[in-house]
Write a protein of this length. Structure first.
Length: 351
């Protein structure tokens, strides 16, 4: 590319941003500053006008507590943009917030956004348009597993196989990559949210106690596991007794919670096995050396890496700071330059 002084100047003063538009959390990574925003992907809207009233952490705080004329939504719940306008408002809010943090007026940012690998053309276009109308000067899209792998420091551009498993809220993504391309990939809608629902169901069936989604998530994070723990744990679960209709607290153990989420965990394991089954033998040999990398919030489930290592007979390890991998990886594309990493980006069809 020819040297263009205007572009150079813009590049010098403007922000380069990597965004992880996750089903559970949205993270924004700004070049030179790191992760500046890490907030739940929740928006509270006015039910009648559909105008957003609160976004992010503030909106999640309101979940389950909204008056009748308000609605709390997760616009990306299943990994796709089901609520375009609300997603756009959310992006606008987060990009705007990043911009505000600068003292001097600066040109509009360049943005790289991670998208689920199962994304259709229409969904890609939706993310692109949302970013542009949210104030980006340039927008690039990258498949989340690639961004996650970059963020985790996997050598995906080399002539060598790498495998990443990204377990988020709505979706789990499994990808085997080599030479910057995807060799095998799988995406499934069983991830953290499903485990929360499992816990609600289990406690309801066993104790006639109805607990909220947020209580279930708390239980999963604190005592959930995929492998027997060196010391099993307990904690109180609070909800409403379905027989008496009154509030009640019971003590649940990590053994029970492991049983509650076991089928979701097994589904994820089976999907990874499936992907390995399709992986060419040379790459399997690479993986036996480098292992399988776990990213996303679900990677932090206690004992998951041990359980997987046991079942796959390949060493499974958790990326450093697994929840920020996608945002850091997306940011890296602009940091390292489009010349060297641009080939990892997704193209958009049409104008
Ligand atoms: P997404 O990319 O879909 O936004 P994240 O990567 O942010 O998702 O992960 C969010 C999921 O990770 C949620 O389901 C959350 O409950 C789960 N999670 C976060 N911390 C833990 C933990 N310590 N143990 C188990 N699950 C966790
Ligand atoms: Mg994610």
């Amino acid at each position: 590319m020819a040297f263009n002084p205007l572009n150079w100047l813009l590049g010098f003063f403007s922000l380069d941003i990597g965004i992880d538009l996750g089903t559970a959390n949205t993270l924004v990574n700004v070049r030179g500053k790191g992760i500046v925003i890490n907030e739940p992907s929740w928006v509270v809207i006015n039910k009648r006008t559909r105008q957003p009233l609160a976004v992010g952490a503030q909106a999640k705080e309101m979940v389950g507590r909204t008056p009748v004329d308000m609605l709390a939504v997760r616009p990306l719940r299943d990994g796709v943009i089901s609520e375009f306008e609300i997603t756009e408002a959310m992006l606008q809010y987060f990009i705007g917030k990043t911009h505000e943090q600068s003292i001097v007026p600066i040109p509009r940012p360049r943005v790289v956004i991670g998208i689920p690998s199962g994304c259709t053309e229409v969904e890609k276009r939706a993310v692109f348009d949302a970013s542009m109308s949210a104030g980006a000067r340039e927008t690039y899209l990258i498949h989340e597993p690639k961004a996650a792998a970059l963020g985790a420091g996997l050598p995906i551009a080399e002539i060598k196989g790498s495998m990443i498993v990204d377990i988020g809220g709505g979706t789990s993504e499994v990808a085997v990559m080599s030479m910057g391309g995807v060799v095998v990939d799988r995406s499934l809608r069983v991830a953290g949210d499903e485990m929360d629902e499992d816990i609600v169901q289990y406690i309801r069936n066993k104790y006639n106690l109805l607990i909220g989604e947020r209580m279930a998530e708390k239980i999963k994070v604190q005592i959930g596991s995929a492998y027997p723990l060196p010391q099993e744990l307990t904690m109180p679960a609070r909800g409403r007794n379905l027989v008496t209709g009154l509030p009640e607290a019971i003590e649940v153990s990590s053994v029970e919670i492991r049983e509650a989420i076991s089928s979701s965990v097994q589904t994820i394991i089976d999907t990874i096995k499936d992907a390995l089954d399709e992986t060419p033998p040379e790459i399997i040999a690479d993986l036996m050396e480098s292992g399988v990398c776990l990213a996303g919030g679900g990677a932090m489930l206690k004992g998951l890496a041990e359980r997987l290592t046991d079942e796959l007979r390949i060493r499974v390890w958790v990326a450093e700071d697994p929840m920020t991998c996608v945002a850091r990886g997306a940011g890296l594309v602009l940091e390292e330059g489009l010349d060297s990493l641009g080939h990892l980006l997704e193209s958009l069809e049409g104008p």
